[in-house]
Design a protein around this ligand. Structure first.
Ligand code: C2E
Ligand code: MG
Ligand code: MG
Length: 589
């Protein structure tokens, strides 16, 4: 016996027909059925609104009105339970119309038997359930259970229709997490998925609750949170009274999302950027509003992330610029527009140049020289970083070999790697090939990696790191102090060098706490047997402080800016391994 209770509502104005239906239901065995009865159109609609029943049996003739009208109204109101229409003998021709209007089945009074009724009820409920599942798959995102793009557009369409008719405002908020890629890369996709789920919960909390499972209609004012894919979310705010309402919601979202998330016992932080487009001022149709909210979101990113921006017409130009940049960046490699500058690293005790750091530049026709900060993020986002880095590795190693062949005492070559490259399965292969092709010995190669790459302590990453060191390549932790890691976390990583980030060096002589950080880093690095390089050294004061602390090597404008290859070659040829005498460098005392 099926012990689930099936709640049936009969909407029927004829008492005899009610009694007949009741008796038929009573004949059905092995089922727990509960029958409620209402007699008018109005009470039927009210009962359907209450959503308490599993199925409706609906009489075709309801006084002045017909069951068909009621059926239309019920479906319009988002009724999700099945409705079976009951007709008299003379009304059989309405069957097709009833099914078209959304009835689950159609039974002719007088021909109904208990088994027929039982089967009709069971099938109708089962079919609805299947339909509902299919609807969920088609309209909802499986990871977060939020509406997907299709459903969002549908709701937006309904909302716009309503807003047009009643002269209301509506707002579309386009959200993109600021750090998702880094979190996914460093902590893994599993944690990334957990983060997306938590974000979707918080977003849903931030807006007026909508019943995301039931179908709604335009006059039910509830906001919709949808996931467009990846780390992009979109929110529809209905019943907006003013622009400042929207700003409040946006601010609430920014706050809520920036609280730490605890995912698998780890604290994770992220922020988000929000672009806002308003109906009707920023667009009157679905596609325009979505496009403009997206544009405004990009603008929020440009404004430094973790903020919200309203769409303005001038933003179009910025996005156009980004698109053309992306296009020309794609072509830059093939067109030979990248070049490397080399910045010497100098041994603190001897003053000798012990290495060069290769720093990429993009000579973009019509724009001039572009520094990496202005195109590396775009290269990372678009995946162009991978072929670009291969080019950097190849060019730098080949150059170093050229210097060696010219009789210059061998020095190290430092190359920066993006954390993304650790995901590349062929990183090891690439480096082997580069060393082979250039003929440079592996122990001259230093790879500079930022903390985020090291944080992904996945087995694969650790394997890659160990393979690299086994090959003789040295690993350098770049920009130390700006990320999350503490030196103790780095114990297990086969590092050779840490580079103190220039922000600390900059303030050494004026800011006590920065000076203390530098002192602590040097001391701890000693304990871990790591070499310490300070970057961004610009003044004699900084130099002498770093020397006192026992820093091993330095790099910075005080000694030399990054130099084009000819100048770097001249410098190396001039000093021939001697100290950089033109600096008051080597401690002469
Ligand atoms: P980084 O690896 O920390 O490189 C040091 C940056 O500091 C360079 O900026 C350099 O020009 C600058 N710098 C050196 N000395 C001084 C100084 O005394 N004062 C000041 N204010 N700055 C100094 P650049 O060349 O603009 O590079 C910026 C960042 O771009 C690099 O930071 C690195 O993370 C990234 N990068 C550069 N080339 C590549 C590359 O080929 N691949 C990848 N993935 N990243 C690269
Ligand atoms: Mg570097
Ligand atoms: Mg650095």
């Amino acid at each position: 016996m099926d012990d689930r209770l099936t709640k049936i509502l009969l909407i029927e104005d004829d008492e005899d027909d009610y009694v007949m239906t009741r008796d038929l239901l009573a004949e059905i065995e092995g089922k727990r059925l509960d029958l409620e009865w209402v007699t008018t159109y109005g009470s039927g609609i009210e009962a359907i609104d209450s959503k308490e029943h599993d199925i409706y049996l609906l009489d075709y003739r309801l006084g002045e009105r017909t069951g068909l009208e009621l059926l239309h109204e019920a479906i319009e109101k988002g009724c999700t339970a099945p409705i079976i229409l009951l007709t008299g003998q003379g009304d059989q021709e309405v069957d097709i119309e009833a099914m078209k209007a959304g009835a689950s089945d159609y039974l002719v009074k007088g021909e109904i038997t208990a088994p027929l009724l039982e089967r009709a009820i069971r099938y109708a409920i089962e079919r609805k359930r299947t339909e509902e599942q299919i609807r969920l798959l088609a309209y909802y995102d499986t990871l977060t259970s939020l509406p997907n793009r299709v459903l969002f557009k549908d709701r937006l369409g309904q909302t716009l229709e309503h807003a047009r008719r009643y002269q209301r405002l509506a707002a579309v908020l386009f959200l993109d997490l600021d750090d998702f890629k880094r979190i996914n890369d460093t902590l893994g996709h599993h944690v990334g998925d957990l983060l997306l789920k938590s974000v979707s919960d918080r977003l849903t909390d931030c807006v007026r609750k909508s019943d995301t499972v039931a179908r709604r209609t335009a006059n039910e004012a509830a906001d919709t949170v949808a996931r467009l894919g990846g780390d992009e979310f979109i929110i529809l705010l209905t019943e907006v009274n003013s622009i400042s309402d929207v700003a409040q919601v946006a601010q609430r979202i920014l706050n809520r999302l920036s609280y730490p998330y605890t995912l698998e016992g780890r604290e994770v932080f992220t922020t988000t950027s929000i672009g806002i487009a308003m109906y009707p001022s920023d667009g009157e149709d679905i596609d325009t509003l979505l496009k403009h909210a997206d544009t405004a979101m990009y603008h929020a990113k440009y404004q430094g992330k973790n903020n919200h921006q309203y769409y303005t017409e001038s933003m179009g130009a910025v996005v156009l610029e980004r698109l053309t940049s992306e296009n020309s960046l794609r072509k830059a490699l093939g067109r030979g527009e990248f070049l490397l500058h080399y910045q010497p690293q100098v041994d603190m005790r001897t003053g000798n140049i012990i290495g060069m750091e290769a720093l990429i530049r993009w000579r973009r026709p019509g724009t001039g020289m572009i520094l990496p900060a202005d195109f590396i993020p775009l290269a990372e986002e678009t995946g162009l970083i991978v072929p670009m880095s291969k080019w950097v590795l190849h060019t730098a190693c080949t150059q170093n070999k050229v210097w060696q062949a010219a009789g210059i005492p061998p020095i190290r070559m430092s190359v920066n790697l993006a954390s993304q490259q650790f995901e590349q399965e062929d990183l090891i292969k690439t480096i082997r090939r580069v060393l082979d092709e250039s003929g440079m010995a592996s122990h001259y190669l230093e790879l500079e990696i930022t903390e985020s790459a090291f944080m992904q302590k996945s087995e694969a990453t650790m394997n890659t790191l160990h393979k690299l060191t086994a090959m003789g390549v040295r690993l350098v932790l770049d920009d130390f102090g700006t990320g999350y890691s503490s030196l103790s976390q780095l114990k297990h990583i086969p590092l050779s060098v840490i580079k103190i980030d220039q922000t600390f060096v900059k303030e050494i002589s004026t800011n006590r706490s920065d000076a203390a950080v530098v002192t602590a880093i040097v001391t701890m690095a000693r304990g871990l047997n790591l070499e310490v390089v300070a970057e961004g050294v610009e003044t004699e004061e900084q130099l002498s402080f770093l020397r006192e602390q026992g820093c091993d090597a330095i790099q910075g404008y005080l000694l030399s800016r990054p130099l084009p290859v000819e100048e770097a070659t001249t410098l190396l040829a001039d000093v021939k391994g001697e100290a950089l005498h033109r600096m008051a460098f080597v401690d002469e005392s």
